[in-house]
Design a binder for this molecule. Structure first.
Ligand code: MD5
Ligand code: FE
Length: 203
């Protein structure tokens, strides 16, 4: 069930499958407090992926740049706390991939509608690159692009479906990556949406 992608990176197929319904329900509950919104990039573009966060800090973007903030700029309030189920799942997945003791302080929740995409980028706003990132895919399937350390490497295309978890640690932590435009599809738990939880140690 474990598919190594490269040094430190592994796909745990169906790892979150049994928790799927509870995870989707918890996402709806936290989005009722901190709603999904389309952030503006520093370059002035509106992201096609809608985002919200839970945990002690959340990832945000605006004309001033990318950063982690304890306050949701939309509500002026702290982000909702990370549900115990999220913490447990992220820690268990990290441990399974060889990273015991993972305690994320940030969970970015990405919502993809039909056509939403994430262009190739690196995650470089976190203080400690030694910590892995854990990603949980829910709902409609997506094609993930896993590139290399530099921009020139042709990315691998990895299908990610409901319940798949990927742990990105070690050297692959800083690799370029993206998500291809979401194809129209339906999932019983999310309708036409893909939801992704990205657990990070930001601070
Ligand atoms: C997603 N989100 O499917 C992905 C899951 C983001 C983002 O990329 O920045 O919100 S996280 C995928 C990831 C994280 C860190 C390293 C690597 C991939 N990698 O080396 O390929 O919504
Ligand atoms: Fe990323």
């Amino acid at each position: 069930r474990n598919e190594p992608l490269g040094p430190g990176a592994v796909v745990l197929r169906a790892f979150a499958l049994d928790d799927g319904a509870r995870l989707v329900e918890a996402i709806h509950a936290l989005a009722a407090v901190s709603p999904f919104r389309h952030l503006i990039t520093p370059g002035g573009h509106t992201m096609s992926v809608a985002m919200t966060n839970c945990g002690s800090v959340g990832w945000v973007s605006d004309r001033r740049g990318y950063r982690y903030d304890a306050i949701d700029p939309e509500t002026g309030q702290p982000w909702p706390p990370m549900p115990a189920l999220f913490m447990r799942l992220a820690a268990e997945a990290a441990a399974e991939a060889g990273f015991p003791g993972f305690v994320p302080d940030a969970c970015l929740v990405n919502r993809y509608d039909t056509g939403s995409r994430l262009t190739m980028h690196q995650d470089r706003n976190e203080k400690r690159d030694s910590e892995p990132i854990v990603s949980v895919s829910l709902g409609v399937p997506a094609v993930f692009q896993f590139g290399g350390q530099g921009k020139g490497v042709t990315p691998l295309k990895i299908p990610l479906v409901h319940g798949d978890v990927v742990v990105w640690g070690g050297p692959s932590r800083m690799n370029y990556h993206g998500v291809m435009p979401l194809k129209a599809s339906h999932h019983p738990l999310t309708g036409m949406l893909r939801l992704n939880l990205t657990f990070r140690t930001a601070r």
